[in-house]
Design a protein around this ligand. Structure first.
Ligand code: C5P
Length: 250
């Protein structure tokens, strides 16, 4: 692309990739986690709406369970979604990393900024999404929304058998620690390079960029962007939705 035709950062189109191919075993038996209902609507639909609520996001790529792309496509057809946003569904892979990579492979060339958002964080507020996009537009190659920790954190020697006592090795200074949420935002070229270069398993995309070298920037996250992981999180998520409905005057 010539310099004249390259969009300015404020014009660079933004796409969101939503990996939703996990089984969600920690939630207990049942449908894949992303397809479980919150107040009657699948978690994935909440997550898609949360990202599409940003007027900066013009494409959402949903990475479906490997054998579930058709089901996810019909789910999208069955729910109201904003007209100004394009949607794509692609089949995912064995690991979250592979699923994200398959989502990136499906992105048309014009999208210079990419958000990666867990389907398991259905209630992220639009202001958090926009804060991440703004930090990428301001020049950060990778951006993560974070929260300070309430608990003190210990590093342990993991026991061979879950539930057995474990030796505590260290106590990192809590004031320097942050819990990391999504959406994480990236300059597309940086994220693609990270996925091509880093092969070991990671739990978030930004850590791949850290391994590559560029500085990852943290912006304030939001308590409603929590990850639905265990059964109690479903109760909390429905309570948040109920509070929102009250506040919206319905
Ligand atoms: O398992 P975890 O809660 O870390 O998953 C985070 C996100 O990654 C979820 O939205 C899940 O659906 C997704 N995932 C995926 N492909 C996998 C495993 C997880 O898209 N193979």
């Amino acid at each position: 692309m010539s310099d004249e035709s390259r969009p300015t950062p404020a014009q660079t189109p933004v796409a969101a990739v939503i990996p939703a191919a996990g089984r969600g075993v920690r939630l207990g038996p049942g449908a894949p986690k992303a397809l479980r209902a919150l107040n009657g609507t699948p978690m994935l639909i909440h997550a898609i709406r949360a990202l599409a609520a940003s007027r900066h996001v013009s494409l959402v790529v949903v990475v479906a369970p490997p054998d579930g792309a058709a089901e996810v496509k019909s789910l999208l057809d069955a729910h109201a979604l904003p007209d100004r946003t394009d949607f794509l569904v692609v089949p995912g892979g064995e690991s979250r990393q592979e699923s994200v990579r398959l989502g990136l492979d499906a992105l048309p060339p014009q999208y210079g900024i990419v958000l990666v958002h867990d389907a398991a964080r259905p209630l992220v507020p639009v202001d958090t999404v926009d804060a991440v996009i703004e930090a990428v537009r301001d020049g950060a190659p990778a951006v993560v929304p974070v929260l300070p920790l309430a608990d003190t954190v210990k590093e342990v020697e993991p026991a061979a058998v879950a539930g057995d006592p474990e030796a505590v090795l260290a106590t990192p200074e809590r004031a320097r620690l942050r819990a990391v949420q999504t959406p994480q935002g990236f300059d597309r070229e940086t994220l693609v390079r990270a996925h091509e270069t880093v092969t070991e398993n990671v739990t978030d995309d930004a850590s791949m960029v850290e391994q590559l070298g560029p500085t990852v920037v943290a912006v304030p996250g939001h308590e409603e962007a929590f990850k639905v992981t265990r059964p109690l999180d479903l109760v909390l998520a429905e309570a948040v939705l109920a509070r929102r409905r009250l506040n919206d005057g319905f």
